[in-house]
Design a protein around this ligand. Structure first.
Ligand code: SIN
Length: 304
């Protein structure tokens, strides 16, 4: 029996370690490589209705505790990206989740509809990008807009909707509750945390956009707290995301309440190897602790 298999919103994942939106998710070729490396599922880079160039360089800077990025949502637009979706679906069996963003509920819904038409098994709504004006966390931090976006997408598509939330809020669990009431089938927590780095020689902010989003080990304790709080408030599954570098980090998020986890920055640090080592480490932990399946430890910290 595969003790790592999980089901989220009707989708079966061979293991609970997925690719997070943002890294390696822009072409069919790289998504297929991630699936072949062992990922349980794939989330694409965020795609909009129209092509977008993104911000000028520098868009990423390394800091002692992770990476700060402000890519600016570069993407080819959903019409062009549909061909990549079809190619991934032809080549690999793992669930493909297309991350979508928009500047209005209508744009989110139309992009989601086209993603599903091309073969997406689910969509993840990016209402949490911390540095692009008019979208991302500006929507996810606003209860009315969040409700409008999620319910409009819900009316437009019949596939599961995951909502990726930002930790840059006072009460993430309240926003999760709003998203679920509006139709979210799962919550992803968290996106990057607003951050910046200044070059002390020149005195200038390093990123062209000045402010970006921090990912990596520094944000893992924030992700653990957010997943823990969301788990107490909603009954839908949670994808834990933020700073997971190894199987111990993944277990921590699962104990906090995540049914599965998503990996991003670890790929930049450790390569695709993480999609083999993290599931293997989770499996060993499950067996050593005497559990039959990863499902038994989801949210276990709440019951101890
Ligand atoms: C970006 O493309 O700027 C990152 C997207 C995100 O943080 O959601």
């Amino acid at each position: 029996m595969n003790c790592l298999e999980v089901e989220v919103a009707g989708l079966k994942f061979r293991n609970p370690v997925l690719l997070a939106a943002g890294i390696l998710g822009m072409t069919a070729e790289s998504l297929i490589r991630v699936a072949e490396a062992g990922a349980g599922g794939l989330v694409t880079k965020s795609i909009g209705l129209k092509p977008r160039k993104g911000f000028p360089n520098p868009t990423v800077v390394q800091v002692s505790c992770g990476l700060i990025n402000a890519m600016g949502l570069p993407n080819p637009g959903i019409k062009t990206f549909s061909e990549e979706i079809r190619e991934v679906k032809r080549k690999v069996k793992v669930p493909l989740i297309v991350s979508v963003y928009g500047y209005s509920a209508e744009e989110f819904a139309e992009t989601a509809k086209l993603a599903v038409k091309a073969g997406a098994d689910a969509v993840e709504l990016n209402v949490s990008c911390p540095h692009v004006e008019g979208t991302g966390e500006e929507i996810g931090q606003n209860p009315e807009l969040l409700k409008e976006v999620v319910s409009k997408v819900k009316r437009r598509i019949s596939k599961p909707i995951f909502v990726k939330l930002s930790a840059n809020v006072t009460d993430i669990a309240q926003l999760a509750e709003i998203a679920v009431k509006a139709g979210a089938d799962a919550i992803t927590a968290i996106n990057t945390v607003r951050a910046m780095k200044i070059d002390i020689k020149t005195g200038r902010p390093i990123l062209a956009n000045r402010i970006g989003g921090l990912s990596g080990p520094a944000i893992k304790p924030i992700a653990v707290r957010c997943v823990y709080e969301i788990y107490e408030r909603v009954r839908v599954p949670i994808f834990g995301c933020g700073g997971i570098l190894n199987w111990r980090d993944a277990i921590e998020l699962i104990l906090a309440g995540a049914s599965a986890v998503q990996i991003g920055t670890a790929i930049a640090v450790k390569d695709l190897e993480v999609f083999r080592t993290i599931p293997k480490g989770i499996e060993k932990y499950i067996r050593r602790k005497g559990f039959g399946s990863v499902k038994e430890i989801v949210g276990l910290s709440h019951r101890l």
